[in-house]
Design a protein around this ligand. Structure first.
Ligand code: ZN
Ligand code: FE
Length: 250
């Protein structure tokens, strides 16, 4: 069995570390120090680094990690990276032999234009595209692109475990409750997230099923969200555009 551990970094980032039989893979190491500490403490060798997009809080630890471990780096083909890497794009298969895992690359533009997600064995590493009860900001892509990307993730099997890279769940739920105050699943999730955070535990991973039930950005066809979005249109993509805008001001 592969073990998956969140390594907290900065204010609210998680660097997800997967390991099995002494071999490890990290996703989006924005900082090398806590990763190296964990690898040494647990006597692990770093085999590979998976990158979802080019923001500093996801890549700034790569060079330092490569100085210590000769790891293979996988990063989106549509973005520029100064470290050596294998460029991945839609349908690229990333095979992690020592972990006995294979991930398929999904291009999910929106937060950045080249953003990718890694999906396989019921795990999804989605970077800053999908968050617990929320989604990433549109720094580079259009609302249409992000909406389409989120729809692709929403179509993955319900039991898929969702590993997001930020702990934003509680704040996202506060916002979601302004749109859907009577969503029972959301009310329950608010309670459990509060408990997890009060014990300093991550609210992640989530699941696609939980996101479908509580994440307003995956629920743009729901009548209550349409009316809360105050758009005249009932087109889900227009509702998405409106509530993403509202979240920016929240
Ligand atoms: Zn980002
Ligand atoms: Fe980020």
């Amino acid at each position: 069995m592969v073990k998956i551990t969140p390594i907290p970094a900065f204010q609210d980032n998680y660097i997800w570390l997967l390991h099995k039989d002494g071999h490890a893979v990290v996703v989006d190491p924005g900082d090398a120090a806590p990763v190296i500490r964990f690898l040494k403490q647990n006597h692990l060798h770093l085999d590979a680094i998976l990158i979802t997009h080019h923001h500093g809080d996801h890549i700034d630890g790569v060079e330092s990690l490569l100085n210590v471990y000769p790891a293979m780096v996988y990063a989106p083909a549509k973005e520029h990276y100064s470290f050596p890497h294998i460029a991945v794009s839609e349908s690229t298969e990333v095979h992690l032999a020592n972990l006995n895992l294979s991930f398929q690359v999904l291009e999910v533009p929106g937060h950045t234009l080249g953003h990718v997600a890694y999906y396989g064995s019921n795990y999804l590493f989605c970077g800053d595209t999908l968050f617990g009860a929320g989604c990433g900001r549109l720094f580079e892509g259009s609302p249409e692109q992000m909406y389409h990307s989120l729809q692709r993730l929403a179509a993955l099997p319900a039991e898929t475990a969702v590993y997001c890279t930020h702990e934003y769940t509680e704040r996202n739920i506060e916002f979601a409750l302004t749109l859907e105050p009577n969503n029972q699943n959301l009310i329950i999730r608010a309670q459990s997230s509060r408990e997890q955070r009060s014990q300093n535990k991550p609210t992640l991973p989530s699941t696609i099923a939980l996101e479908l039930a509580t994440n307003p950005f995956l629920r743009c066809a729901v009548a209550e969200i349409q009316s809360s979005s105050k758009t005249n249109s009932s087109l889900p993509v227009n509702v998405f555009t409106a509530i993403r805008q509202m979240r920016n001001q929240f």
